[in-house]
Design a protein around this ligand. Structure first.
Ligand code: ATR
Length: 275
């Protein structure tokens, strides 16, 4: 008897994850016999859980907070982009028993921006990034790869931004958090990678009056979908792209590897995940 292919998202906590809705929507939509669940896994149990998953029919997994960095030590092979980012969100359990770790966050970010703002040109001018956490790392790698000429980076804790500059190079200019609004007079791509504006978190308070109307503005926060940051950008005449698409697109490469079909991200997908 052949088992149906299984995949799961591993995290702690995990109940808030939208990944099961996303992957089950795709499984239904394409009539694929498969299963995708959420597994709450503590840091202590991560290695053991991963070790036993292949024998239980798992073909891969997504990993989320707090396992994205730890999982790198447990993988047998790591893709170049996961190595560069220093974290993984997608695992593939290969037939030879090896675990391949990949990071699709930068891909998801880029695919979302290209879908939401088809006219967006990364080379048009500098990008301004608020925040220097895990999400910012993936986005910096993706933007540099897309040919953005300069990245202006502001973080409340400045040394974290300096560390990213030291790691990712000369194209990054660190701006003090209290002067972060000054990045906007030049920026053609503007990204909030902080948790500011998320339901239950603090507000995004950096003044946005210097935003250029020809900037493309996006937020990684997707709850609420229309963050005050995006609403202000829209009011300033900017093209805005919400953060939900990044989550949806980052799931595409994993689903394709595990279940053999490259899934679409469209209005149907968005509705299924938001329902
Ligand atoms: P992620 O992996 O999602 O990027 P993270 O690594 O915890 O999560 O990063 C969160 C980001 O939001 C950081 O840039 C953080 O700034 P600090 O490095 O100074 O902590 C930023 N952030 C969170 N709360 C903030 C606040 N109240 N004001 C400004 N920035 C904040």
């Amino acid at each position: 008897m052949t088992q149906i292919p299984r995949a799961a998202v591993l995290g702690n906590p995990i109940s808030h994850s939208l990944s099961p809705k996303l992957h089950n929507h795709w499984l239904d939509r394409y009539g694929i016999q498969g299963e995708y669940t959420a597994l709450q896994v503590t840091e202590d149990a991560l290695a053991e859980t991963l070790h036993h998953m292949p024998e239980q029919g798992f073909v891969g997994a997504n990993v989320t907070i707090p396992h994205k960095v730890a999982v790198m030590r447990l993988a047998d092979q790591i893709t170049d982009r996961a190595t560069l980012i220093g974290a993984a969100n997608t695992l593939i359990f290969k037939n030879d028993g090896k675990i391949l770790a990949d990071n699709t966050d930068g891909y998801g970010f880029m695919a979302n921006l290209r879908q939401g703002a088809p006219e967006w040109d990364p080379k048009a001018g500098p990008a301004a990034i608020f925040g220097a956490g895990g999400a910012a790392r993936a986005i910096i790698v993706a933007l540099a790869d897309a040919g953005v000429p300069e990245i202006l980076l502001a973080n409340r804790t400045r040394p974290k931004a300096e560390a990213l500059k030291a790691e990712f190079g000369a194209r990054i200019q660190v701006i003090d958090w209290v002067q972060a609004n000054l990045m906007l007079s030049e920026a053609r791509t503007v990204i909030n990678t902080t948790s500011l504006g998320m339901k239950g978190a603090q507000e995004f308070r950096v003044p946005l009056d210097l935003l250029r109307p020809d900037a493309v503005v996006t937020d990684i926060v997707y709850n609420p979908l229309h963050t005050p940051f995006l609403l202000a950008a829209k009011a300033a005449g900017c093209t805005t792209v919400d953060g939900l698409g990044m989550l949806l697109h980052q799931g595409v490469p994993g689903f394709e590897r595990w279940f053999g079909k490259r899934p679409e991200v469209d209005e149907l997908t968005r509705r299924a995940v938001l329902s």
